[in-house]
Design a binder for this molecule. Structure first.
Ligand SMILES: [Zn+2]
Length: 260
């Protein structure tokens, strides 16, 4: 399978997963392979993803999988990610794996001159990445796609602390599993969810959900943002434990931006 074919497939899969819930899907026998049910525990949990479907094989055979434990990194003076995010009407889906905000076209980032458009962001709790073995309360993934089909994810750790007002419009509109909500006159700001210090860890990884597609440019913010204990509890009423365990680094180099 060619590289661009893999990435094209992965984006399609993200969008399929975004609009469908395992809970409301047909039985496995009647499903196309790319919607094979998976979960975060038991017989369809992360240890088994690679064998659930041939389409998911990279989850076990891949050499550049995510998430990882960022144990050490190499300082570099990297050019900062340029964020061009606009507020957007809230479109929120509870897809059976996470709470995901589908973002209206027009918001994008530039990494070393390449444009990647923001497609959606979603949450894992606890965090998927570790930093020096430490896990955060939650992690947000902002998923971007370039015009030629490459993926770049910006990860932001969420730690317990001050109330985060940027989460309010999201947290108060989480629909039931399998449902999408588009409440009128409610907007969301991805920009408001970013930390002020925008230094990143960067490495080459994968989707952290099946099919585990590789070639994803990972940019994990060094600085976290906060959410209150009640905001964390509110999210965990929907999802607690939707985190894939860390994967082998396999010699990959992690860069850390050393300058603000
Ligand atoms: Zn994610």
């Amino acid at each position: 399978m060619k590289f661009d074919r893999v990435l094209g497939y992965s984006v399609a899969t993200i969008l399929v997963l975004a609009s469908a819930s395992c809970a409301v899907r047909k039985p496995a026998a009647s499903q196309p392979a790319h919607t094979t049910h998976w979960s975060y525990s038991g017989a369809t949990g992360p240890a088994h993803w690679g064998s659930l479907s041939p389409e998911y094989a990279l989850c076990s055979t891949g050499r550049s999988q995510s998430p990882i434990d960022i144990v050490s990194s190499n300082p570099r003076d990297l050019s900062n990610i340029a964020f061009s995010y606009q507020p957007a009407p809230l479109n929120i889906v509870n897809n059976g794996h996470t709470v995901q905000v589908n973002y209206a076209p027009g918001s994008f980032i530039q990494i070393d001159g390449d444009r990647f458009d923001l497609a959606q962001f979603h949450f894992h709790s606890p965090s998927e990445h570790l930093v020096g073995g430490a896990q955060a309360a939650a992690e947000m993934h902002l998923v971007h796609k370039s015009p030629d089909g490459r993926l770049a994810v910006v990860g932001v750790m969420l730690v317990e602390g001050d109330h985060n007002p940027a989460l309010d419009s999201i947290w108060s509109n989480i629909p039931a599993a399998g449902k999408t909500a588009t409440p009128p006159s409610v907007t969301v700001s991805a920009a408001a969810l970013l930390p002020k210090d925008q230094r990143t860890f960067r490495y080459d990884g994968s989707l952290t959900t099946p099919p585990g597609t590789e070639g994803v440019k990972w940019n994990l913010m060094v600085a976290p943002v906060t959410l209150s204990s009640s905001q964390l509890a509110q999210f965990r009423r929907h999802y607690h434990g939707n985190n894939r365990p860390v994967q082998n680094l396999n010699g990959r180099m992690i860069l850390q931006d050393s300058t603000p």
